[in-house]
Design a protein around this ligand. Sequence first.
Ligand code: BDP
Length: 326
Amino acid sequence: MKNLKTFTTTLLAGVAFAGAAAACEITLRSSDTHPEGYPTVAAVEHLGELVKERTDGRVCVEVYHSAQLGEEKDTIEQTQFGVIDMNRVSMGPFNNIIEETKVFSLPYIFRSTEHMHQVLDGEIGQDVLAAFEDHDLIGLAYYDAGARSFYNSQKPVKTLEDLKGMKFRVMQSDVFVDMVSALGGNATPMPYGEVYSSIQTGVIDGAENNWPSYESSGHFEVAKYYTLDQHLMVPEVLVMSKKSWEKLSAEDQEALREAARESVPFMRKMWAEREEASREQVLKAGAEIVEEVDKTAFIDAMKPVYEKHVTSDNLKQIVERIQAVK
Ligand code: BDP
């Protein structure tokens, strides 16, 4: 009996020791609205593994997925205050805080995924990321979010005429409110987590999003008409609280930047696969897709959005630079 006890004690001490040796000195809490397995969540988890490896286990990242830390707008504020260390969010909810982020939220600003990658991977992308610093945030990386299209619970929307008077939820940004108005609809800005029940109860007719979000949120269950107008390509962004950033050594900051850079191709590959899988899944579940859309009509209708929001020289220049990228 005594021997067994000694053995157990030794064993427990061994476990405790191994645990201490592997313990993280710094654990960065990262927020995401999406569920486990979603490409943005997986990308930040991947980044966490890289950082841990490169800091010899000192710096760890813990991803709080499924909006455990709150809805995007609130988590952004908490990240600015340093309550949350890292945050993977859409660029959209930053529009009312950081002027430069508006350019990536303009309808049809990107001609294609390739065009968007060129812009984000180049100087313009860096300049916009740098703009976060004046707002207590460090911009670490952009992730893909495909194209967003409208969906609703009422009818197949084939033309602009069909959209007239319909109520759509948008992310909390004035650009998107004006975008829906320009199309003749009514916009209701609200947090992502409230959309499902709002469609179900008829508070709104629908919303707009990419395939993976339309699928993972379950919105396709309550709004089965999806119109492939692809009016927005709003990138995701991974930001860090400047307060948390400044607590890291220069070496750890570099490890984090490097891991963030490397998580991008990982995410893009996963994203392309997930887009396809989600599309197939919603189709199987009975979603009706309107594929033939006169995009020129949509693009023309969006002119007032540019007129209203691209007014400063700064934004005009960024828009011109984006358009000049081949
Ligand atoms: C998804 C974005 C997510 C946004 C959501 C939304 O990945 O960050 O919160 O759209 O519409 O595509 O709010």
